[in-house]
Design a protein around this ligand. Structure first.
Ligand code: CA
Ligand code: CA
Length: 192
């Protein structure tokens, strides 16, 4: 067959890493990689492209703000670009990774300033973005504003009442409450 596509191959160690750390098979990972390299020949995905790809998971609503937060949570060095490995981990986790991985990731996304705890204003910001993205998908009987919703969530999750959520409080709180889990990880928009 020869190598008619001259694009770089995915390094073996990256492939192994992704097989071990995502739900995707070798063949699927190679498929994703081919598509990725077609769109991003230099091997780096910029924010606007990420938004294009990511929004296909959310056909309704406007995912832009939420996407920015998702992007930030994977763009560890804040370079404005993510590589293939970071990209596939993002797809894997946000499209239904195991609950604990997902919550670990979600915590990092909520912790906007990266100080190790979620402050109320951080949660208000992300919840507003989720509302924005999901449109009607999260319609419940209560029509809370992001601020009201945040207050209720803190009432439930802030075990030691210090006004911030630790990672432990966040993860345990979400594990106990299916609705919160789905809402806070934007799971309602997932692949059901
Ligand atoms: Ca914080
Ligand atoms: Ca606390």
């Amino acid at each position: 067959m020869g190598n008619k596509s001259s694009s770089k191959k995915l390094p073996k160690e990256d492939l192994e890493f992704l097989v071990n750390n995502t739900k995707f098979s070798k063949a699927e990972i190679k498929d994703w990689y081919r598509g990725f390299m077609k769109d991003c020949p230099d091997g780096l995905l910029c924010k606007s492209k990420f938004l294009d790809v990511y929004s296909t998971f959310f056909p309704t609503g406007t995912p832009d703000t939420f996407c920015e937060h998702v992007f930030r949570s994977f763009d560890k060095d804040n370079s404005g670009k993510i590589d293939f490995k970071e990209f596939l981990l993002a797809i894997n986790i946000t499209s239904g990774g195991n609950p604990e991985d997902k919550l670990n990731w979600a915590f990092n996304m909520y912790d906007i300033d990266g100080n190790g705890s979620i402050e109320k204003k951080e949660m208000v910001e992300i919840i507003a973005a989720i509302y924005n993205m999901l449109g009607n998908a999260l319609c419940t009987t209560e029509a809370d504003t992001p601020e009201e919703r945040t207050e209720k969530i803190f009432d439930k999750m802030d075990e030691n009442s210090d006004g911030v959520l630790s990672k432990k409080e966040f993860i345990e709180g979400c594990m106990k409450d299916q609705f919160l889990y789905q809402m806070l990880t934007a799971d309602a928009a997932g692949n059901q």
